[in-house]
Design a protein around this ligand. Structure first.
Ligand SMILES: NC(=O)C1=CN([C@@H]2O[C@H](COP(=O)(O)OP(=O)(O)OC[C@H]3O[C@@H](n4cnc5c(N)ncnc54)[C@H](O)[C@@H]3O)[C@@H](O)[C@H]2O)C=CC1
Ligand SMILES: O=C(O)C1=N[C@H](C(=O)O)C[C@H](O)C1
Length: 239
């Protein structure tokens, strides 16, 4: 598979190593305005965007207009997600966005949804989310923390939204901590006067995010449409 890396920072470099170890080739590395690079569907099978929030939408939609399928992991640009999906459909291109491509986190998402379903009728418990990341991270809270909050909100009619730190009674507080070199730690906690329940995912490196993104690219190559990591995992585990 011929890959264009849109963003060649911590994640771009980790993806390059994993892609090469799986027999793929990185043919373009985009580090600034995408218009400065030659990209076409003949020479690129899949673009993988791990760039910056301000560049993601332009990077992604430029590829859709060239019929290049896009795996997007950049966080902090999701106000434009619906617009991006519309352009993907209009251009008959292909798209997977995930706030977190790690297989472990996607299993953690399933656990979170299951636990949220069990807790929604127990009014004595209040939910909160904590995320810890390295100090270079540009956005807060993390995309993964937002996904976790939205999964709880979807099944719990008493919770209306989420808020960074100072939340109202009907909102989930999300605490974002920044510590040197932490790849990504997420905890969902339910607390009552009697006890507390916690589920936690700790990434030990960026390998898991990068492997998931390359597997998503392998899935997306030669497809059209809009997919999620659920589709990728169902395909991976179908046997
Ligand atoms: N979905 C997931 O599984 C994961 C998502 N992320 C997200 O991926 C993004 C990148 O993370 P890192 O690699 O740690 O950041 P980074 O800061 O190391 O790399 C970003 C790179 O993008 C480059 N860049 C700047 N303008 C650009 C443009 N117009 N087009 C292309 N590249 C441009 C920068 O020069 C930089 O090298 C962040 O939004 C982060 O939250 C990170 C890890 C996992
Ligand atoms: O910026 C990061 O590093 C990460 N970002 C993603 C997020 O915002 O959830 C995923 C992962 O936790 C690492």
């Amino acid at each position: 598979m011929k890959i264009a890396l849109l963003g060649y920072g911590r994640m771009g470099k980790t993806i390059e190593k994993i892609a090469k170890s799986r027999g793929h080739e990185v043919v373009v590395k985009v580090s600034d305005d995408i218009d400065n690079y030659d990209l076409d569907a003949e020479s690129v099978d899949v673009a993988i965007d791990f760039s910056v929030p301000t560049a993601a939408f332009k990077n992604i939609t430029t590829c859709f207009r060239k019929q290049i399928p896009v795996v997007s992991g950049t966080t902090g640009w999701l106000d434009d997600y619906e617009k991006a999906k519309k352009i993907c459909s209009e251009e008959n291109s292909a798209f997977i966005y995930a706030s977190n491509f790690s297989l472990g986190v996607n299993i953690f998402f399933e656990l979170n949804q299951k636990l949220a379903g069990m807790m929604q009728s127990l009014e004595d418990y209040s939910a909160e989310i904590e995320e810890i990341h390295h100090t270079k991270k540009l956005d807060a809270p993390s995309g993964t923390a937002i996904s976790l909050a939205e999964q709880i909100i979807d099944v719990n009619p008493r919770i209306k939204g989420w808020q960074l730190e100072d939340a109202d009674k009907d909102e989930i507080p999300v605490y974002a901590k920044r510590e040197e070199d932490v790849p990504g730690t997420h905890t969902v906690k339910y607390d009552s006067e009697i006890d507390s329940i916690e589920i936690k995912h700790t990434a030990k490196s960026r390998q898991g995010f990068a492997l998931g993104a390359v597997i998503a690219g392998e899935y997306l190559k030669d497809k059209t449409g809009i997919f999620t990591m659920k589709d990728v995992l169902s395909d991976l585990f179908k046997n």
